[in-house]
Design a protein around this ligand. Structure first.
Ligand code: CO
Length: 161
């Protein structure tokens, strides 16, 4: 496993639509392992392949405080959603920036695992938010484009005090 560089604000790779993963090989497994390590190291709850410069449809998510529950989603699709939540959202590619983003409160995703096996997974609240945020990355969409508004500097200071 190795840490990868996280692509930052302004890099055109963050605006590109990703291609499906077709090979469930060692290279994919290394990518997913590296993405999980990179996400944990940066204290994030999710990371999409384009954020490490790879334009393929793969994401990792881990909302557990212990950083021991990595969810790998390959070629994920949202197949159901309901409700609404509004909350603060940030992104490892936009350090220090936060926005208020409306998302569904419940999201169900169909995806493949690292071996190509299909499965479904569902989540509410933070997990539902993470599904939406990370899957947006695969279509070249970042939270700044879908937010109600960005938080001001003093709002961010209040939040982190
Ligand atoms: Co992000």
């Amino acid at each position: 496993m190795a840490l990868r560089n996280i692509v930052k604000d302004g890099d055109p790779v963050l605006t590109k639509r990703c291609r499906p993963v077709e090979k469930f090989d060692k290279k994919l497994h290394t990518l997913l392992d590296d993405m999980a390590e990179t996400m944990h190291h940066a204290n994030g709850v999710g990371l999409a392949a384009p954020q490490v410069g790879i334009l393929r449809r793969a994401v990792v998510i881990d909302i557990s405080p212990e950083q021991d529950s990595v969810l790998e989603l390959v070629n994920p699709k949202i197949i159901a959603y309901s409700g609404e939540q509004e909350g603060n959202e940030g992104c490892l590619s936009f350090p220090g920036q936060w926005g208020i983003v409306k998302r569904p409160n419940y999201v169900k995703v169909k995806a493949q695992d690292r071996f190509g096996e299909e499965f479904t997974v569902e989540g509410t609240e933070l997990l539902a938010r993470a599904f939406c945020h990370e899957l947006d990355h695969l279509n070249g969409v970042v939270f700044k484009e879908v937010c109600e508004r960005m938080l001001t500097r003093s709002e961010i200071e209040d939040m982190t005090r």
